[in-house]
Write a protein that binds this ligand. Structure first.
Ligand code: SF4
Length: 343
C-alpha cells in the first residue's frame, strides 16, 4: 500500500508518523515542524535572548549534534552566535572518536570549537584514572556520578574561555524523564526540586544554562538526524552499562509501552514539584575552595576531587560528605584549591 500524502504539504508522500501525534509527514515537513517546536521552546521560555553568545555542549552524539544543527538554522532568527564546546573526559577507546565527529561538525558548519580536557582542569585526573580509583575489586559503578559533576564544571570553564553568555546542552525529553525517575528512586529531593524547568538562570556566578530539546522525544531527535543526514557518533561510552541510569532507562521503556505519554508526564511533573517548607535545603553559599555555588562547605566538584586525591574516592559520595565538609572548612587553601578554576 502506498504511503499517504504528507498531512502538511499534501504534495509529497509521508515518510513517517510522528511518534506522539501520529501525524503522517514527509521528511522535509517533519524537520521544519521539529525546528519550529524548538524555536517555540526557546522563545516561550525566554531561554536565549538576542545577542547571546551560546556555548553548545558538543559530545559528537546524536543529541548535541541535532541541537547544534537546529540552533545554527535558528541563529539568524534568534539573533544569537554559537560556539561548540567539547569536553575530553579522558576515556580511552571512546572519546577520541567522538571528538573527531565534533571536529568534522565544526568544520562543516563553520562553527568555532573549543575543547577542554579533564586532565588539564582537574589536576591530571581523567575518567579512566577515576574509574581505576573507584573500581575496588570489580568494575566501577560510580563513574557517571563523578563524570556528571566534572563535566558540568568543564563545560562551564570551556564556555567562559570562548566568552559565552549562555550554555546549552542536548538533553532530550527521555533524558530528563530518566533523571527525574533516578532522583525519585534515590530519594534525592534536592535535585528533584532543582531539576524542573528548562534550565537554570545562572546562580552564584555560573552562566545561565538551558536545554532547548527538553520537550523533544528521543525518537524524533533520531528521526531529525536521519532526515537531515547528520554525521554523529553513535557508540555508547564504555562506562555507561554500569550506570544506574541504565536501570532507569529500562524501567522507563517498560512504562512507556504501557503508557506512551509517560516521558512527558514525568518531565512536566518535575516542573510542578515543590518541596514542603520543612524539607527545603538551606540557601546555597560559596564553595570554600573555588567559590562555586555549594550547598555544603565544598561544591560537588571540589568534594569529589578531594576524595580522589586522598585515595578515598567514596568519601565524597553519600554520607562521607559530612566529614569532608568539616575538613574543608579547616583547609580551604589546599593545593587543590589552586587546581580548580575559581568562580
Ligand atoms: Fe561520563 Fe558516564 Fe557519560 Fe561515560 S556514560 S561520558 S562516564 S557520564
Amino acid at each position: 500500500m502506498p504511503a499517504p500524502p504528507c498531512a502538511s504539504c499534501q504534495a509529497a508522500r509521508a515518510a513517517l508518523r510522528r511518534p506522539r501525534s501520529g501525524q503522517a509527514l514527509c521528511g522535509a515537513c517533519f524537520c521544519a515542524a521539529f525546528e519550529a517546536e524548538v524555536l517555540h521552546t526557546v522563545l516561550a521560555g525566554h531561554l536565549l535572548p538576542p545577542g547571546a553568545v551560546v556555548a553548545v555542549g558538543a559530545s559528537g552524539g546524536k543529541d548535541s549534534t541535532v541541537l547544534a544543527h537546529v540552533l545554527r538554522e535558528l541563529a539568524p532568527r534568534l539573533g544569537i552566535s554559537l560556539h561548540l564546546v567539547a569536553v575530553d573526559e579522558g576515556i580511552g577507546g571512546y572519546r577520541d572518536a567522538a571528538l573527531a565527529a565534533v571536529r568534522r561538525q565544526a568544520a562543516r558548519w563553520d562553527l568555532p570549537l573549543q575543547v577542554v580536557a579533564y586532565a588539564d582542569l582537574f589536576g591530571g585526573w581523567t575518567m579512566d584514572a577515576v574509574a581505576r580509583s573507584t573500581a575496588g575489586a570489580g568494575r566501577s559503578r560510580s563513574c557517571c556520578t563523578f563524570c556528571g559533576v566534572l563535566r558540568r564544571r568543564a563545560l562551564e570553564e570551556g564556555a567562559r574561555l570562548v566568552g559565552a553568555t549562555h550554555v546549552v546542552t542536548g538533553h532530550n525529553a527521555d533524558d530528563m524523564a530518566e533523571t527525574v525517575l533516578m532522583n525519585f528512586l534515590r530519594g534525592d529531593t534536592g535535585r528533584l526540586a532543582r531539576g524542573g524547568g528548562l534550565g537554570s538562570p545562572g546562580e552564584g556566578g555560573s552562566l545561565p544554562r538551558c536545554r532547548p530539546l527538553q520537550l523533544a522525544s528521543q525518537k524524533e531527535v533520531v528521526l531529525y538526524a536521519h532526515f537531515r543526514r547528520l554525521d554523529y557518533f553513535s557508540e555508547e561510552c564504555v562506562y555507561a552499562p554500569e550506570a544506574f541510569r541504565a536501570h532507569a532507562r529500562d524501567l522507563l521503556k517498560r512504562l512507556e509501552a504501557a503508557r506512551p505519554s509517560v516521558v512527558l508526564d514525568l518531565v512536566h511533573s518535575a516542573e510542578r514539584l515543590a518541596l514542603a517548607p520543612a524539607a527545603q535545603p538551606a540557601p546555597p553559599g560559596a564553595c570554600t575552595r573555588c567559590g562555586a555555588l555549594a550547598s555544603r562547605a565544598l561544591c560537588q566538584a571540589c568534594a569529589l576531587l578531594d576524595g580522589l586525591d586522598r585515595g578515598r574516592p567514596r568519601l565524597a559520595i553519600g554520607k562521607g560528605r559530612r566529614g569532608l565538609d568539616e575538613d574543608a572548612r579547616a583547609s580551604a587553601q589546599s593545593p587543590r584549591a589552586a587546581a580548580l578554576p575559581s568562580f
